[in-house]
Design a protein around this ligand. Structure first.
Ligand code: PLP
Length: 282
């Protein structure tokens, strides 16, 4: 049994309980963050902590802990679980209240954190690359807020699996928004092309660092929306996320991207990303 943080204390996972009136449960009125852990250290913690505050302020959910306390809980949960590699999942809901669409005047947010062990560095998918299918993006229009409304992404992933693929790329108005739980990118003529930030996508922490590192490495970056057809005709494609880092995409709707193997720019970015971000992990 893991030790989790729940409503202000560390406890065995079997003792952590949530009210059936919790707005996270009734309304998906909750936000979350996922922070990667490698060698017992937090990867990109500052970015995730900043996005957490932004999600909370967009929804008007008060944070039960100060930034210093939040970092201390992250560190301690890793230590208590002797977590070497994996992730920390954090969720804050607006808390329990009589069921009403109107927010409670004095919310008591429910904050929980747990760890999940996972091999993130040695990832067979990074060697092989993943296949994706396209699906319409049927999520709500505030994807910049990291809410727990993950039913559609979950359905999309199920459809991808049923089709023998690894993941789905979501399409809206003819352009790719994101993968089911990661940022989508392509490489065309040596240029990294990725959708600009807006309310249509989550502002990926891994995305931001990857773009910075690409520019620093002399790879040109263009932030614009791209079509599914462009992705299929691109030289390379990849996704970024906290636990996948930079992960090659080798086919889209059954059509190979480039020569159907992980491309050189993608491989290089994965190496640069891992070297740089692990050296800065705290
Ligand atoms: N887009 C979506 C929809 C996501 O769920 C995620 C989460 O991993 C990302 C993008 C990538 O964000 P990050 O790099 O901050 O993990």
């Amino acid at each position: 049994t893991r030790t989790v943080w729940h409503k202000g204390a560390f406890m065995p996972e079997t003792e952590a309980q949530v009210s059936i009136f919790d707005r996270g449960y009734l309304f998906a009125d909750a936000i979350y963050e996922v922070t990667g852990v490698v060698g017992g250290k937090l990867v990109e913690y500052e970015g995730h902590a900043a996005r957490l505050q932004r999600s909370l302020s967009e929804l008007g959910i008060p944070c039960p802990l100060t930034p210093e306390e939040l970092l201390a809980v992250h560190r301690e949960i890793v230590a208590r679980n002797a977590l070497d590699e994996g992730l920390i999942y954090l969720q804050i809901s607006r808390g329990p209240a009589d069921r009403d669409f109107v927010f409670p005047a004095a919310p008591e947010p429910t904050l929980s954190l747990f760890t999940q062990a996972k091999r993130v560095l040695e990832n067979p998918q990074a060697e092989r690359g993943i296949s994706v299918i396209s699906l319409p993006d049927l999520r709500w229009a505030r994807r910049d807020i990291k809410t727990v409304q993950l039913l559609y992404p979950s359905m999309a992933k199920m459809q991808a699996k049923a089709a023998g693929a690894d993941d789905a790329w979501l399409v809206e108005d003819g352009t790719v928004t994101e993968a089911s739980s990661a940022t989508a990118h392509i490489v065309l003529g040596g240029t990294l092309i990725t959708r600009p930030l807006s309310t249509a996508i989550l502002h990926g922490i891994t995305r931001a660092s990857t773009l910075d590192l690409a520019r620093a490495a002399g790879i040109s970056v263009v932030e614009r929306a791209f079509t599914l057809r462009e992705a299929q005709l691109a030289d390379e494609a990849f996704i970024t996320s906290a636990t996948n880092f930079v992960l090659p995409v080798i086919s889209v709707d059954g059509r190979p991207v480039g020569d159907g193997t992980p491309g050189p720019v993608t491989r290089r970015l994965r190496e640069i990303y891992i070297a740089d971000r692990l050296s800065r992990a705290i």
